[in-house]
Design a protein around this ligand. Structure first.
Ligand SMILES: [Zn+2]
Ligand SMILES: [Zn+2]
Length: 485
């Protein structure tokens, strides 16, 4: 997705965004489309205008007629692949003879999510995703946020009684709430206390939380339940830091009347959990029993992950799950420098025995997220006496840069209700829980301690908080090796 776009291409996508912006389409997303024919001439354009009306692509294709043949379509959102009240737009683009489709952002809706692009590609259409991607997402941030997280887009309006008594502020707040695409409710902070409450409201759209007191919104912010805020502050008072510490970034400060200004804040979409798409599925017989291997692609970074599923896990509680980070040297070559390969085998054995469970094999987690080459470089430093954490830090790399968002999304797709997580690493549990995964138990996974990795495991205990009892080992858990170095 890191390609360079021409000024003309940006111009056409801007036009598509501008067409979509004024539309009120909830619960459908805002979408704009511009079709550019030979010589860079716009031959058709349009926007979706709401439920029951044609999609943006259909409007633009209708205008273009025969001129769509050989043309490029610029569309703010991935063309749909499912039949709703209207036939799939991906099929319509194919039928019209469009040869290239440039897309602002993937459709996060579970019914599309990468499938629109696949339909186009299978028909031989050149596709590109990500032109003005941030702007395309902001066009309907509530839609993207809801489809990714299952939660409504919550905007807090924070103004104390004095501010609300100021007429300019009162008018501004009314306008702000009126502008909401699909205002669900205006309520005070304390009534919205849990993700569960929000999830129940999610289908209905935006939620505005209005509160008088900056402090009452604090708990919601810290729980990650506020996605954006407009905060009215007295001119002269500087409260920007109050929000940025909670991951909201200051967008702009507008002047409201004489005495107040409005600070708009929002959480960066970069912090959203990634979009994963189920791509293929096959049975894999193993020494530990038969598993279904389900291949997932993360649409945000193109990484491909595998869920190895044993038995039925949908809507089950307490499913045994291993979230395994790819380790080529350990998993494939049985390297004795770490315990990864042994843990993977042990997890598969335990899940095979239980008859129900999931091994998530997460790619791109090599060396706790630093990559294969840097991991080997870190090994070289360890040969000079550094431990695993020091070596990563010496290379200017974070000690653990893995992200559990994709794993959480895959577990959600599999329909697992709650799980028992096979890990010695409390950070892994916390990382998954941060994305809403319900973990009812952390189950230790002891395997593969040996003379080569004993120091490595001790470092994981001492510096990374791993819970392994290094002294009290069951006999036979130590794999002896004849090779000494
Ligand atoms: Zn469509
Ligand atoms: Zn390893």
């Amino acid at each position: 997705m890191s390609r360079v776009w021409s000024g003309a291409e940006r111009g056409w996508m801007s036009r598509a965004i501008d067409l979509a912006r004024p539309q009120r389409t909830h619960p459908n997303p805002r979408v704009g489309c511009v079709i550019v024919g030979a010589g860079g001439k716009v031959v058709g354009e349009g926007a979706h205008r709401g439920v029951g009306t044609p999609h943006a692509e259909a409007v633009a294709l209708g205008q273009a007629g025969e001129a769509a043949r050989g043309a490029t379509a610029f569309v703010t959102l991935e063309p749909c692949s499912h039949s709703g009240r209207t036939p799939p737009c991906a099929d319509a683009l194919v039928a019209a003879g469009v040869t290239r489709v440039v897309i602002g952002a993937h459709d996060p809706d579970a019914r599309v999510r990468g499938r629109g692009v696949v339909i186009l590609q299978q028909a031989g259409i050149e596709t590109a995703v990500g032109l003005m991607g941030d702007e395309a997402v902001r066009l309907d941030v509530g839609f993207h946020h809801h489809r990714r997280t299952g939660l409504p887009y919550v905007r807090a309006v924070v103004a104390d009684a004095d501010a609300r008594a100021d007429e300019a502020v009162a008018v501004d707040i009314a306008t702000l709430i009126e502008e909401a695409d699909h205002l669900l409710a205006t309520t005070t902070g304390p009534r919205i206390t849990t993700r569960r409450t929000l999830a129940r409201l999610a289908e209905q759209g935006h939620l505005y939380v209005a509160t008088e007191d900056v402090e009452t919104i604090g708990a919601l912010r810290r729980a990650g339940l506020v996605d954006a805020a407009s905060h009215y502050v007295r001119i002269g008072g500087d409260q920007d830091g109050l929000w940025t510490q909670d991951g909201l970034r200051v967008m702009e400060a507008g002047e409201i009347g004489a005495g107040y200004r409005r600070i708009d804040l929002e959480r960066s979409p970069a912090g959203w959990s990634p979009l994963v798409c189920r791509r293929a599925e096959a049975a894999i017989p193993t020494p530990y029993g038969r598993f279904r291997a389900i291949g997932y692609e993360s649409l945000d970074d193109g990484r491909q992950h595998v869920a190895l599923v044993r038995g039925s896990v949908k809507r089950e509680e307490g499913v045994l799950v291993r979230i395994h980070s790819e380790c080529l040297t350990g998993d494939v070559f049985a390297s004795l420098r770490c315990d990864c390969g042994f843990q993977l085998q042990e997890a598969m054995r335990r899940i095979g025995e239980a008859g129900r469970g999931v091994v998530l094999y997460m790619r791109g987690h090599e060396g706790r997220g630093i990559g294969l080459i840097d991991k080997l470089a870190a090994y070289a430093l360890q040969e000079q006496g550094r431990d695993t954490v020091e070596a990563n830090l010496d290379l200017g790399l974070p000690e653990d840069s893995r992200d559990y968002g994709a794993g959480a999304r895959i577990l959600a797709d599999l329909g697992v209700n709650s799980l028992r997580l096979l890990t010695n690493n409390p950070a892994k549990r916390a990382g998954a829980e941060a994305y809403g995964v319900r973990i009812i138990e952390q189950v230790p996974l002891i395997a593969g301690e040996n003379d080569h990795n004993r120091n490595y495991l001790r470092t994981k205990v001492a510096k990374l908080g791993h819970v392994i009892d290094m002294e009290d080992r069951p006999p036979g858990s130590v794999r002896e090796t004849t090779e000494k170095d």
